[in-house]
Design a binder for this molecule. Sequence first.
Ligand code: FES
Length: 108
Amino acid sequence: MPKPEKHVFVCTQSRPQGHPRSSCTEKQSNSIFDEFLWQMQQRNLFARIQITSTGCMGPCSEGPTVLIYPEGVMYAGVTKADVEVIFDQHLLNDQPVERLLMSSEFWG
Ligand code: FES
């Protein structure tokens, strides 16, 4: 398997309803993960980009969270509509989406 140019981790952690930390799944992160897969399929980027669902990455209150390597850029409060922007700006043009960057209080 070739090493991907970008590796995208989407938090799909769930927790019991009412848990004090909530979870990214409670904020619809599964649909965000599906949208990443859909956008990758539409652009036929299977050889260049890898998408992985993952457990909690820490800053649950800021979720849904998405982490992209090799840059180590974490995004906060990602919506389904943001996924296309992340593809166009970051994954294909190496320009992180400033408005979605995780606060340095949580990732820095
Ligand atoms: S549940 Fe997603 S960052 Fe903690």
